[in-house]
Design a binder for this molecule. Structure first.
Ligand code: NAD
Length: 365
């Protein structure tokens, strides 16, 4: 098969880490016989420099016409007046919101995985959660509190602020379907997180998720209140497979889950819509402090490429191969500086990409 992949390296370390992920995709093509054609696009600060705006309509149209989009990161040093002395809608990060909206992506998928090889990086390693865990958080991205009406007015002489939380059943159904589909490719367990003891929107959420669950009898569904979930994530993260939740709860829980892994350079993400087109990117930023030094960890971007293979191209076997090769290289003790510890071999960005590309030839396909 032939697939069109849009590559958006972005700013800072973006070009370095996307370059390594492309090496991996090239190796997948070589091993599998599929053909990947790439279109390199500008977004963020580099697009501001070239076109005066962080995302042009032409770039968005090209991204839309591809089968999947792989993004590095955008943004410069905070306080860089060249990109930041303008209205928020013209700053590098505005490109991110615009592309997610333009591609109609409503589901944010963030795995938080503590690999046994990196268990020492977990800030909770001495507590009960020191065991390896592997969670995916499915966060609704385009509805809820962040997209309701917001206003501040004076009522009875007091400044009063109102934020409205709205969900309709269709918005809930489409992300629930995505969560059950993802769970089917994993350990077949969805925990739907809400605040149904207080909020009407949560009660609707719970009933729609229960309806969707009937179509997936092979997947176990549990409900959990968000306050309990925040606690359980710290106490026993190993109990979770897929956590399905609304926008604001997901914003908070996905940051909590990623922090308990302790390694920002390792965490991939995907934003999905109702079709197969998705946007894949590491959860970290453009790390301008280390840009150009060949020290950035490319693994979050390489694992994002694995998600791209699995969720947009349905190449599950190839995604597994990439993930197993990453494990293999970590098992062999190779580390970029951000995850290095005593007794391990320190390697550069490009060396890490080469090691994983080589490991793919040794793994069973
Ligand atoms: P950051 O994630 O870029 O960096 C935080 C720290 O983690 C830095 O010390 C950095 O060196 C380190 N780090 C990040 N990724 C790494 C990697 N792959 N390997 C090794 N070390 C890594 O966050 P920040 O410093 O707050 O933001 C820098 C810029 O990135 C800002 O302009 C910000 O707006 C932007 N940003 C972009 C995205 C995105 O494109 N999705 C997300 C977050 C921040």
């Amino acid at each position: 098969m032939e697939y069109k992949i849009a590559l958006i390296p972005g700013d800072g370390i973006g070009p370095e880490i996307v370059g390594e992920a492309k090496k991996i995709l090239d190796r997948v093509a070589e091993i599998s016989g599929h053909t990947f054609t790439y279109e390199k696009l500008l977004m963020g600060g580099c697009s501001i420099d070239a076109y005066g705006e962080p995302l042009t309509a032409e770039t968005l149209a090209k991204a839309k016409a591809s089968d999947a989009v792989l993004l590095g990161a955008v943004g410069g040093k905070v306080g860089n007046s060249r990109w930041y002395d303008v209205a928020p809608s013209l700053r590098p990060e505005a490109g991110l919101l615009a592309i997610r909206k333009g591609l109609e992506l409503f589901a944010n998928v963030r795995p938080a995985r503590l690999m046994p090889q990196l268990a020492d990086a977990c800030p909770l390693k001495d507590s009960v959660s020191g065991n390896a865990f592997d969670i995916v958080i499915m966060r609704e991205l385009t509805g809820g509190l962040y997209f309701g009406t917001h206003k501040t007015e004076t009522v009875g002489g007091l400044r009063t602020a109102t934020d409205v939380l709205v969900y309709n059943e269709e918005e809930i159904r489409r992300i629930a379907v995505r969560a059950f589909e993802v769970a089917q490719k994993r350990r077949k367990h969805v925990t739907s997180v809400d605040k149904a003891n207080v909020l009407d929107s949560s009660r609707l959420w719970r009933s729609v998720v229960a309806e969707v669950a009937k179509d997936y009898p092979d997947v176990q569904l549990d409900n959990m209140l968000v306050d309990n979930c925040a606690m359980q994530l710290v106490m026993n993260p190993g109990q979770f497979d897929v956590i399905l939740t609304e926008n604001m709860f997901g914003d908070i829980l996905s940051d909590e889950a990623s922090m308990i892994t302790g390694s920002i350079g390792m965490l991939p993400s995907a934003s999905l819509g109702s079709g197969s087109l998705g946007l894949y990117e590491p959860t970290h930023g453009s790390a301008p402090d280390i840009a150009g030094t060949n020290t950035a960890n490319p693994i979050a971007t390489i694992l994002s490429a694995a998600m791209l293979l699995r969720y947009s191209l349905s190449l599950d076997k190839e995604a597994d191969l990439v993930e197993r090769s990453v494990d293999h290289v970590l098992d062999a003790g190779y580390r970029t500086p951000d995850i290095w510890s005593e007794g391990c071999t320190k390697v550069s960005t490009t060396q890490m990409g080469d090691l994983i590309t080589d490991a793919m030839l040794k793994e069973e396909y």
